[in-house]
Design a protein around this ligand. Structure first.
Ligand code: FE2
Ligand code: FE2
Length: 353
């Protein structure tokens, strides 16, 4: 690493938060301790895993998704492109999407370092350290796929960067959890699920499948760590978290528009963004992204009448009855199903104040 390289690519984000050094150690027990064991057992190596075959011949000219899924498909903007240009569009859009995953993963890496450092609970610190490693591996595999296989990397989208900065600069440990573990991770988990289930290129499907195995633990970590603590918040404290959740949800909905791609390809940016905003399939896609967020926010007691109205406005309230991510861990295939019968629904160890 040289001074020139640091000056060129390093952005310093100033923040203040308290590191939490714990004077005593509670016994390891409860959901968080089980989650820590599960995380240790399920570590994987993206470089050498048998399911991730880096020798796969990825042809960026072949569609990653059926063209019909593009928001501009069938419009004048689509029809005037040659077949080659349509393939290029698919390639660029995939690179843009995965670039946002990559930057989000780096944000998660930094946020999880901060959470591990600041959280006042030993079980959460131990579990958090496994997530730091998880996020490093996620950065590694997306970085490699983008640079080696797609050969295009887009910069971080403005709205995503705004949210990441907000999470990284907030001095309160619980706001880092709420922003990263519940909102960003929840959205990513739903997005990964859709990619895994619909993408036609096998290497990125396998990468995404492996990343998802970790992400479901990450969201559950947020719920398990916050649920007791959030039951003790005052009314103004709840109000502030509800407002943050609503604003972040709006930001995330808006960030999912591929403005940067239309700009790069010299297309009619405003017309294409507008099409994407209102296209039925894109709208449904953006709503499904909230399928993990809404039940988890509800589990934390943040689904107040105000937030309910906000989620109704965003068209996502229908997800409130889905299981929360911590409950999913105890369902068949969740990893902790063998403990389902003697679960008390809480992390036994309370957060130090
Ligand atoms: Fe991740
Ligand atoms: Fe994650």
């Amino acid at each position: 690493m040289t001074k020139e390289l640091v000056a060129k690519s390093f952005e310093s984000i100033e923040h203040t938060y308290s590191s939490g050094f714990l004077a005593d150690y509670e016994h390891m027990r409860g959901d968080l301790a089980r989650l820590y064991s599960l995380a240790k057992e399920n570590q994987w190596d993206g470089e050498h895993h048998p399911d991730i075959d880096w020798s796969t011949d990825v042809d960026p000219e072949k569609p990653f998704f059926p063209h019909e899924q593009a928001a501009i498909y069938g419009t004048e903007h689509w029809n005037k492109m040659t077949v080659k240009e349509q393939h290029r569009f698919g390639h660029e859009y995939m690179a843009w999407t995965l670039s946002q995953f990559l930057h989000g993963e780096q944000g998660a890496l930094l946020a999880t370092c901060q959470i591990t450092d600041s959280v006042p609970n030993i079980d959460a610190k131990l579990y958090g350290s496994t997530q730091v490693v998880d996020e490093a591996r996620h950065v590694e595999v997306y970085d490699r796929y983008l640079h080696k296989n797609l050969e295009i990397v887009y910069p971080v989208n403005h709205e995503l960067k705004t949210l990441l900065d907000q999470i990284l600069t907030d001095s309160r440990w619980d706001m880092k959890y709420l922003g990263m573990q519940i909102l960003v991770e929840g959205l990513a988990l739903a997005a990964f699920q859709m990619i895994r289930d619909t993408v036609q290129e096998p290497l990125i499907r396998e990468i995404t499948r492996m990343v998802m195995k970790d992400e479901s633990r990450h969201v559950a970590f947020g719920v398990l760590s916050l649920q007791d603590y959030y039951g003790q918040l005052t009314e103004p404290e709840v109000k502030e978290r509800v407002e943050f959740t609503y604003e972040a949800s709006r930001l995330m909905r808006d960030r999912l528009l591929g403005r940067d791609v239309y700009e790069k390809l010299g297309m009619d940016v405003e017309a294409c963004v507008e099409l994407e905003r209102h296209n039925e399939l894109s709208l449904k896609f953006r709503q499904i992204l909230f399928s993990k967020i809404v039940p988890n926010v509800k589990k934390l007691g943040l689904l107040t009448p105000d937030l309910r109205r906000g989620f109704e406005e965003l068209g996502v309230i229908e997800y409130e009855h889905l299981p929360s991510s911590d409950d999913e861990l105890y369902q068949p295939g969740g990893g902790l199903e063998e403990f389902a019968d003697n679960r008390d629904g809480k992390s036994d160890v309370r957060m130090a104040s």
